[in-house]
Design a protein around this ligand. Structure first.
Ligand code: SAM
Length: 275
């Protein structure tokens, strides 16, 4: 995460009723019985919405996120006496909290794993912190369906930037990682190899969501990984250019508003346990 994550956290919250991602934790929670004795870990808790929702249902909730802005927002807006928030990285957190070994009855992780380059390491950390018999509830966007292969996260967008006379040189050695997954079976195999027992897999179809220019730019600035390769003083111009390109290649509704800036993705929810 690069800039103004606190601002983004507040935007996520303000549009949460229409925001696709928020729908999926709600769906996943229908599949699980939380108990008042449960200690829950939320990996990549973002603005803390799920931590706050779960806090009256369970004994304790710990949420952590790599983004200081998200954690600041979560502490301010979504606190409760039995919630603790930390900054940490899902790929390495196991090493930092020795006392989290086999501590949690339930671990949740929504819309985070696709940001983690070390996916297996992340899963191992989570496994390590889950109590035997505990449940891991995982959700993330996958099978990213590009609209005419024009999404900025996809192959074509990547090529557009790489071939751009001004921006291409900054991405020469850059390896895009986000949203590569087309096949759930390979991923489930990886979970099994870590030790998880897969209990349930649900795949939800995606739909277009309508957002405005300001919101799309805020998202690009914060979430669009190639931004990290561009010198800070040029990032606004880079975002303007990506936005213009994106606007040109994305189908519009009659009023000129984009149908969706990221394309359409499916969402997978996986329930897994540890023996
Ligand atoms: C789309 S938000 C989802 C937030 C929350 N889980 C939800 O469902 O509302 C993705 C979150 O993943 C966090 N994130 C990305 N990479 C991370 C990492 N390596 N470790 C921890 N959090 C990470 C981001 O900071 C961001 O808050």
């Amino acid at each position: 995460m690069n800039v103004s994550t606190s601002e983004l956290a507040s935007k996520y919250d303000s549009i949460s009723s229409v925001y696709l991602q928020n729908k999926f934790p709600d769906e996943a929670f229908k599949l699980v019985d939380f108990e008042i004795t449960d200690d829950v870990l939320d990996v990549g808790c973002g603005p803390g919405k799920q931590c706050k929702y779960l806090s009256p249902l369970v004994n304790s909730v710990i949420g952590f996120d790599i983004s200081p802005g998200m954690i600041e927002f979560a502490r301010r807006e979504n606190s409760a006496p039995n919630i603790q928030y930390f900054e940490d990285d899902a790929q390495t957190f196991g090493d930092h909290h020795g006392d989290w070994s086999e501590k949690f009855n339930k671990i949740i992780c929504f819309a985070v794993l696709h940001w983690c380059k070390d996916e297996e390491g992340t899963l191992k950390n989570i496994y390590h912190c889950l109590k035997p018999g505990g449940t891991f509830i995982l959700g993330f966007p996958f099978k990213f369906q590009l609209h005419g292969k024009t999404s900025c996260y996809g192959e074509t967008g990547d090529m557009w930037i790489r071939n751009h006379p001004r921006w291409g040189s900054f991405l020469k050695d850059y390896d895009t990682h986000v949203f590569p997954r087309e096949d759930s079976e390979m991923f489930l195999e990886c979970m099994r190899s870590v030790g998880f027992i897969i209990q349930k897999v649900q795949i939800y179809p995606g739909r277009w969501v309508q957002w405005n220019e300001q919101w799309i730019k805020a998202q690009l600035r914060c979430l669009f990984d190639p931004v990290t390769q561009i010198p800070v003083q040029h990032r606004d111009e880079f975002i303007d250019d990506v936005y213009k390109w994106l606007y040109d290649v994305t189908p519009k509704r009659p009023n000129g508003v984009l149908q969706g800036e990221l394309g359409r993705f499916e969402y997978i929810i996986i329930l897994a346990t540890r023996e």
